[in-house]
Every structure is written in structure tokens, then in C-alpha cells.
Design a protein around this ligand. Sequence first.
Ligand SMILES: [Zn+2]
Length: 262
Amino acid sequence: MHGNFFDIGINLTHESFEFDYKKVLEKAFANNINKICLTGTSILDSERCLEIAKEFEKNLITTVGIHPHNADSFDESTKFKIFELAKSSLVRAIGETGLDFNRNFSSKKNQIKSFIDHIEIANKVNLPLFLHQRDAHKDFMNCVSNEEILTKGVVHCFTGSVSELYDYLDHDLYIGITGWLCDPKRGKSLEHVIPKIPLEKLMIETDSPYLLPKNIKVKNKRNEPYLLPVIFNKICSLRNESNEVIQNQIYENSMNFFNLNE
Ligand SMILES: [Zn+2]
């Protein structure tokens, strides 16, 4: 039993971490969160993530890609940049990409084009995909069906229904669970889905600084990776396996997903 945790998604370049991101990381490491994947959301942001990952290369890896919110900025030169960045051994996934029709900060058309191109990039460089889907399940599934994912993919911050879960599992996708689950109101429907996720497809993430688990109190309301076990404990309370079995399996899933087991 190694007792370690892997946070598969944090937004460490968020302005709220600007002055103390090193302390945030040290606190996470001290609390057995020994592996963390940073989430890249634009070219500039992905470059910054890679710089930080290099500072802590024993513990950090990163994704590179364009968030659906920024899909209007996606063009041939950004595509080229992603290919360039993906050459680093610390880049272990392409994304986050996908569709967000909740706020449509970028046009639907551009989001779909960007998403499909990200799948193509991931297939070419043989890296897994870090995927985001909000209020766009049908179109998301169309993209995944039309542009086959030849590598692996995780639908991060999964908050969907059982039938959405089965759609993802049909495409062999992994499921990332955040502190959304710990929200006494919003997380209720998700509680019923948790036991139905095959343990070998399950991973966990804080999505810091967002999605602070609502079942705990912290002073500055900022979510941080050291809080990952709060999500883990909630998952354990909803499943039949022992905590040890769940912890080992989701850690192994994450190591395999990002290809960190040599
Ligand atoms: Zn996201």
C-alpha cells in the first residue's frame, strides 16, 4: 500500500495561484498527492504549465491544448504549436478539449472543429485526450463517433447521467470525478452513478481552484490539490470495494492512462 494519490486535473496557472503555486504544490505533496497533471487551456497557458512542470518534474506532468471556451483562437498555427509542445516528455495528454455549449464563449462551429482536430493531433502523437463536455452530450458523441480516438481519453469533471456514462464507456473512455460529487444538492444525482463506474475506468481530480468540495469548510474558498482525498472518501462511501482497493486502482489507472509506468 503506497498511500499515494494522483490528481489528474488542476488549473495551476489560474490567477488565484499566481503568488503561491509552489506552496500549493508542496502542501499537496506533503499530503500524499504525489502526482498531478496540470491542465492547459490555451497555447500561452500550456507553455506556462510546461514551465511549471519542469520545476517539479518528479511530480508534475501537463496537458497541452485549447479549452472549448478558447476554440475561436484555434487555427493552423495553434495546431502547429500543440505539435511542438507535445514533443516534451512532460506533456502526457492533449487537451483540455471538447465542447461547452453552456456558455458558448466560442462558437459551436469552432468548438467542433477544434475538438476534432485535437483528436487528430492526439492520434498522431499517440497521447491520451483530456476531455470536457458541458451541455453538449449529443454533439460530443457525434465528434467521438466520427473521429475515432485511437489513443485513450478521459471525460473530466463527469457530472452526467447513467446513460451518458454508458455512452462514454462504449467508447472506452475513462471518467474523471471532481468535488462536484460532494455538493449536497448538485452532487445528489451523481451519487447514484458512482457505483456504476467500472473501477478500472475511474480517476479523480480537484479541478482546482474551481469546485471546492461543499461538504468541507476552508478559509479562502479556493480549492487546492491537497483536498483530493475529500473526493476519494466520498467515492469510497458510495462503493463496495475497500478504500485500499479503490485507492490503488485509481492510482494505477492514472499512471497507466498517462503512460507513466515504464
Ligand atoms: Zn473542463
